[in-house]
Design a protein around this ligand. Sequence first.
Ligand SMILES: NC(=O)c1ccc[n+]([C@@H]2O[C@H](COP(=O)([O-])OP(=O)(O)OC[C@H]3O[C@@H](n4cnc5c(N)ncnc54)[C@H](OP(=O)(O)O)[C@@H]3O)[C@@H](O)[C@H]2O)c1
Length: 234
Amino acid sequence: MGNLSGKWAFVTGSSRGIGQQIAIALAEEGCNIIVHGRKKEHTKATQELLKPFSVDLMIVEGDLATEEGVKNVIRQVQSNEGKVDILYNNAAIQSPSKLIWDFTIEDFSSVLAVNFYSIVLLCQAFAPAMKENGYGRIINISSGIKDQPDLSPYGVSKAAVDKFTQDFAFELRNTGVLVNALDPGWLKTDLGGPNAWDEVETVKPGAITLALFENDGPTGQWLSAQEIRKEEKL
Ligand SMILES: NC(=O)c1ccc[n+]([C@@H]2O[C@H](COP(=O)([O-])OP(=O)(O)OC[C@H]3O[C@@H](n4cnc5c(N)ncnc54)[C@H](OP(=O)(O)O)[C@@H]3O)[C@@H](O)[C@H]2O)c1
């Protein structure tokens, strides 16, 4: 029996890439997983990878780019009696690469919608029940991106995630609900590209560390998965 046995984690964007690895890391601890992709069929590979673990799965689908889309995903999850002990806000998109002078408001708003506004709505939907239960882990995937004006909408969206993480953590202090941001590192995924520094699996030690914090553990923090991995010499 793992340390998260019987708990439920909702991992947005767990159909591939980093979210898929987070789902595996949680399942290794016995955690039941709500797998999400834009379409259910996108989640098939993750479902296969989770088969060896004796955990329950729920599959939800939907685009997080609009408020209605996010609410539709929330409704599907809440049909699971609303049980979400761990909310892993992972899904995100990259910006088009442009000179900073050329970005339009639409470039910013489309990235902010998926990468930031959806997180606000998801946190607001699931945190109250966590607070009532006296237990919850909200982990927002951030980024170490800096000095890349050509990807400014993406960088701005992650800065917003970091600030919201701090604000939400402060609101939930001393409730048993921890809210932290995790920088996965630059990883070889569809988003990170083939030249990234590390393999996608390297996110797992950091990803699980934040989920396993005790109730009096860190909150409102920005933590690096690659630093955690190096500290644990994995
Ligand atoms: N890779 C890196 O080097 C790196 C570095 C720093 C931070 N990050 C962050 O890590 C997280 C995961 O990135 P990744 O590299 O794993 O990305 P990825 O391989 O491109 O996977 C993105 C995931 O998000 C989902 N998704 C994309 N757009 C969506 C939308 N509009 N609505 C709902 N779901 C959507 C995808 O679902 P479908 O399969 O259905 O499309 C997929 O599961 C992101 O927050 C990213 O910003 C990544």
